[in-house]
Ligand binder design. Structure first.
Ligand code: GLC
Length: 613
């Protein structure tokens, strides 16, 4: 039940007033003194905290959860998150900053004035915010083979997040996707651990050199461990492999993240040989915290503890099992009163040791002190102008260029900017939502004009000469032999998580097949641009195409795709995942299967003179 205690500041003022009348100096409590080392501040604060206040710090709630806005202070809630697509209305950088500050001011009114830490899924830019720069999803960044670029993307994202308030991103996903039927394949940097390991550079981009540095935000290595290795690519499924394979394939990226000082780790929904990760003490405490020496804090996934017993909702047993396994903060995220009551009872009955509670608090509070949240708790609005800025969009365009993989080219590419008549088709030719994919403005993403950006068609129109005739027809109707070339931008519509699982294969959808049929019947040279979160089964169609460019999920800056189509950038991308010839999943480098395009494949243009041809 809530405590009705006056906030820290009121006590300090009263004490100060009394002291003044008595002529006695009153020092601020040690934990409030920024000149002291973080550990000393943690020690002092822990000594002052009640059990309820400690349990509150381990509780993360969704922004829409509080029945009463004061609950954040009354229950000493440690963290708030925006679930995918959970935004203020209207959804603008300013309303985000106002929302964040309001939550923070409530938290600071609690007895000890401990600030919240606010988390968001900024997984390819600050993708919940309309107008933010949307960068390519990780699979495209894996194709770029440029960790320094990825670090720069982390920095740019951190600036946009900081300006709107939040202090923490649930990124990077360091999953190693071994079966492309998995709906989260695009959140992976690729099928080999080395790509995720190299691109942990984004953590340095997010966290900066110091967590209390300008625009630094806490990063999250997720999802620990083996989420990309489940049998059949089933999201939240079972990773049925030996410990040797688990350590060889899925552990290296987390080792690299820990070495980089990642501040948090999120537990995977999946299981390892039928044991749920969320209650796996060996992996979370012995391996991650013990063997790897991870000193940050471990956060559950969304209702992750609910899934331990396979039944809806969470129980005392699941609360106990997850916290004792080493989960420090639970993303409840709605039934926080029930969670607090159950955890309090577990501690009072001696089934969760107070030492575990103190260890969790020590980890969480250390990051809050290191982030400087006690000194600078409110949104740093100096960065609000970076949201969707030209500089960040230019960086995103560079990333898009570098993430394009040219798989086939019979000579039709690069296109000439002076081409006479160009036909552009496909459901994703003029669709920001499709080219951005899931986790964009909403959790699942959506087709259509979801946020400002440049579509491939807009990029083409901006690139060709004034004399060029560009005709756009989504389904390809109207094409005839009079066109010099046709560009079909096809692939996948947005999805996220298990909604993207494709257990029955990765064929093109009927809409794309029909469009392609109209185009190939015309006999016009055909360039296919595939906007997808993963390799799709195109083997049966490839012979009808004169060129194939894998664009993956480029985000808002579709001009980067066009830069490659017209040779302003000679394609450098290389496949981050083996491309199956047909329904061969799982298929990965070294497994002996005959792929359509092997891992690492990527063509370049031959240079003639100063231009690629
Ligand atoms: C989701 C995802 C996780 C995300 C979290 C918060 O279910 O599994 O990646 O960070 O919930 O949105």
């Amino acid at each position: 039940m809530p405590r009705l205690c006056p906030p820290r500041r009121t006590i300090a003022l009263l004490a100060g007033a009394l002291a003044l009348t008595a002529g006695v100096a009153v020092a601020e409590p040690a934990y409030a003194d920024p000149t002291r080392p973080a550990q000393a501040r943690v020690d002092d604060l822990l000594r002052r905290m009640t059990l309820d206040e400690k349990l509150g710090q381990m509780t993360q709630i969704e922004r829409s959860a509080p029945a009463d806005g004061q609950d954040i202070a009354a229950y000493g809630i440690g963290s708030i998150l925006s679930g995918g697509g959970s935004t203020p209305t209207p959804n603008t950088p300013e309303t985000w900053a106002d929302m964040y500050d309001a939550f923070q001011r409530t938290a600071l009114s609690s007895r000890l004035g401990i600030p919240i830490i606010y988390g968001v899924d900024a997984v390819h830019g600050h993708n919940n915010v309309r107008g933010a720069t949307i960068f390519p999803h990780n699979i495209g960044l894996g194709a770029a083979r440029d960790p320094r670029l990825v670090e720069r993307i982390g920095r740019a994202t951190a600036e946009e997040v900081t300006g709107t308030g939040p202090d923490w991103t649930f990124a990077p996903c360091l999953c190693v996707a071994r079966d492309d039927r998995w709906g989260r394949t695009y959140e992976s940097f690729g099928e080999v651990p080395g790509l995720a390991t190299a691109n942990t550079s984004i953590i340095t981009g997010f966290q900066g050199r110091r967590l209390d540095g300008p625009a630094s935000i806490l990063a999250t290595a997720k999802h620990f461990i083996g989420d990309g290795g489940t049998t059949g690519g089933t999201d939240q499924g079972d990773t049925q492999i030996s410990e040797r394979e688990l350590r060889a394939i899925h552990l290296p990226p987390f080792q690299a993240a820990v070495r980089r000082g990642v501040g948090s780790v999120m537990v995977s929904y999946s299981s390892w040989n039928a044991a749920k990760l969320h209650s796996n003490r060996y992996l979370i405490t012995d391996l991650l915290k013990g063997e790897l020496g991870f000193s940050g804090f471990v956060v559950s996934d969304w209702q992750g503890i609910d899934k331990i017993d396979g039944q809806p909702g969470f129980t005392a047993a699941e609360v106990r099992a997850s916290v004792n396994a080493g989960v420090d903060m639970v993303m409840v995220p709605f039934e926080y009163k029930k969670f607090l009551a159950l955890l309090r009872a577990e501690v009072q009955e001696g089934r969760v040791p107070l030492s575990r509670i103190d260890d969790a608090n020590r980890r969480i509070l250390t990051k809050k002190f290191e982030l400087g949240l006690f000194e600078k708790p409110l949104a740093d609005r100096r960065y609000i102008g970076t949201v969707g800025s030209p500089e960040h969009r230019a960086l995103a365009r560079e990333a898009v260029r570098k993430s394009q993989v040219l798989l086939k080219n019979d000579g039709v590419l690069p296109l000439s900017k002076d081409v006479r008549k160009l036909f552009v088709a496909g459901k994703s030719a003029d669709d920001i939502g499709n080219q951005s994919g899931g986790w964009t403005i909403t959790w699942q993403g959506a087709s259509g004009d979801v946020t400002p950006g440049t579509t491939v068609l807009e990029g083409i129109r901006a690139t060709v000469s004034a004399r060029t005739e560009v005709v756009h027809s989504i389904d390809g109707s109207g094409i005839d032999g009079g066109f010099d070339a046709a560009v079909a931008v096809i692939g996948e519509k947005p999805y996220a998580e298990f909604f993207g699982d494709r257990p029955h294969g990765l064929s093109l959808d009927a809409e794309d097949v029909a469009t392609l049929g109209r185009l190939t019947a015309s006999g016009v040279p055909l360039v296919v641009v595939l906007v997808s979160g993963r390799p799709l089964d195109v083997g049966a169609h490839l012979g009808d195409w004169d060129a194939l460019l894998a664009a993956f999920l480029p985000g808002t800056e579709g001009q980067g795709v066009v830069d490659v189509l017209f040779g302003d950038h000679n394609p450098t991308g290389r496949l981050p995942s083996t491309w199956a010839a047909f329904d061969q999943q799982p298929i990965n480098a070294g497994d002996g299967k005959q792929a359509l395009f092997p891992y690492g494949h990527g063509l370049r243009y031959r240079l003639t003179g100063d231009r690629p041809r």
